[in-house]
Write a new protein. Structure first.
Length: 478
């Protein structure tokens, strides 16, 4: 007989049984896994699964929301069941060999009526009066990008400002001193209304009602190669209306460079309001950070060659592209390969595995991965405009170039004419390019022109300038 229960105080799932003790037991999810501690033997045994994990050398946090396979060697799990149980930091349920982890929201708030009630309360609430900033990065899936860099600097220049972070669940670590608010919770709606400043790097979701005196700083999340918003192919009146509506919510737009400022202004019809062209705060770490510390956290030796594979997402597929045999690439290039999926592939995808392959899609800060890498392999992703701050080599794996450029999105300029590295179409061509010792010299002039256009403000002080402007404008006060 096998039984299951939740230890709410310890935040563990306990499976107990009779007979021979299992040799191994684990919970396996798409982006996290934990091993059980197995005790007992002889007549009875017990497998204790922690419902939390530490990743990248950080603190132990609740498991990310999602479904997990429960694996207990030699034990029948058929018929096991635990009703949805709300713990302080997560909600958990069990059905046979499937464990469901959810954010720690009372189910009443997840219903259509519950959310409608919270939304109406938010709309009616007075706000914009708390000396606080409400941060959100990539829809609360991570704490990174420009908002995190601004948070870090704001904590230095104005430590009295309260800092809220919107997160999808409590597996997302927030900066020291900040307050995590789970999306859709009463606390989330309250913080969103109360803060005087919202700092986001993508569209505002759910219902948004600006409070008197409240400001929105849209940092965006990359210099664009691919066409955005009103510039995307095809005429779609609903999309165009949504773009204009969204842009009207923003008070200030941050641009990495003058090129971006021009495009974002037109793509989002962002006319008559300020664009701060100050470089990207997220890239400050590329000038000031410690690459060795990042490698250590990832378990990579100091002398290893590190290649970062970071393709963008595709409008016609949910998961990361599969153009590369990652384990073979690691072998061919004699390197550790880091694979970084786009934020839009975080939830639907699963971590890739293989010898000398590390999936870092769930790593919070892309810039630190760029710092740790010796070379970047990408396609049409905006990371090309960030990685060039380092001056290290780039390779563009673009087997679907004609389809992407001609049908999916379109480009603002011809990548083949200006790319600061080779465009390759197969893994064999990529391997040859990685072995080419004359690569950097061949693209030196292109690389220099690229950096002169896109990276002149990425000098390691962008966050300082942005926070100084926030304070000078009185968006929040010291």
């Amino acid at each position: 007989m096998t039984t299951a229960r939740i230890d709410e105080q310890a935040e563990t799932l306990i499976i107990a049984g009779e007979g021979e003790r299992p040799t191994h037991a684990e919970l396996v999810g798409s982006r996290a896994r934990v091993d059980a501690r197995i005790t007992g033997g002889g007549k009875t045994w017990k497998a204790t699964f922690p419902l939390r994990a530490s990743r990248w050398g950080g603190a132990e946090l609740p498991l990310p929301a999602g479904e997990y396979d429960l694996c207990v060697d030699g034990a029948s799990l058929e018929g096991l069941s635990i009703a949805s149980t709300l713990l302080p930091r997560l909600r958990v349920a069990l059905d046979g060999d499937l464990v469901s982890i959810a954010p720690p929201l009372d189910p009443v708030y997840e219903s259509a009526l519950g959310q409608s009630t919270l939304e109406e309360r938010y709309v009616a609430q007075t706000g914009g009066t708390e000396n606080a900033v409400f941060f959100e990065s990539f829809y609360g899936q991570s704490v990174g990008c420009n908002p995190q860099a601004i948070d870090r600097e704001l904590a230095v220049q104005a430590p009295g400002v309260r800092r809220y972070w919107s997160v999808t669940d409590l597996s997302v670590a927030v900066p020291e001193g900040a307050i995590a608010v789970v999306e859709g919770s009463p606390e989330w709606w309250q913080a969103r209304a109360a803060a005087r400043l919202l700092v986001v790097n993508d569209w505002l979701r759910r219902r948004f009602a600006r409070k008197p005196g409240q400001k929105v700083l849209q940092t965006w999340h990359g210099t664009p190669l691919k066409r955005l918003a009103l510039h995307r192919p095809g005429f779609d009146p609903r999309r165009m209306a949504a773009v204009v509506k969204e842009a009207r919510r923003w008070d200030v737009l941050l641009a990495q460079n003058p090129y971006s400022a021009r495009i974002l202004k037109k793509a989002y019809a962002f006319f008559g309001r300020p664009i701060w062209t100050e470089g990207y705060p997220r890239n400050d770490v590329l000038r000031t950070g410690d690459a060795a510390a990042v490698r250590t956290a990832l378990g990579i030796g100091a002398d290893e060659r590190v290649l970062l594979y970071a393709p963008t997402w595709r409008d016609d597929r949910a998961e990361i592209v599969d153009f590369v045999d990652l384990e073979l690439l690691a072998q061919q290039a004699d390197a550790v390969v880091l694979v970084r999926g786009h934020s839009r592939t975080l939830k639907p995808g699963r971590d890739r595995a293989g010898a000398r392959v590390i999936d870092v899609t769930g790593y919070p800060e892309t810039a630190r991965l760029l710092l740790a890498a010796d070379g970047l392999i990408t396609d049409y992703s905006s990371v090309m405009f960030d990685f060039s701050v380092t001056g290290k080599p780039m390779y563009f794996l673009v087997p679907d170039l004609d389809h992407y450029r001609g049908e999916l999105r379109g480009f603002y300029f011809d990548l083949a004419d200006r790319a600061p590295g080779p465009l390759v179409h197969t893994q064999e061509e990529l391997t040859a390019a990685l072995a080419d010792t004359g690569h950097e010299a061949a693209y030196a002039s292109r690389y220099a022109a690229w950096r002169a256009q896109f990276n002149t403000r990425d000098d390691g002080h962008a966050a300082q300038r942005v926070v100084a402007r926030i304070l000078d404008q009185g968006f929040v006060t010291r």
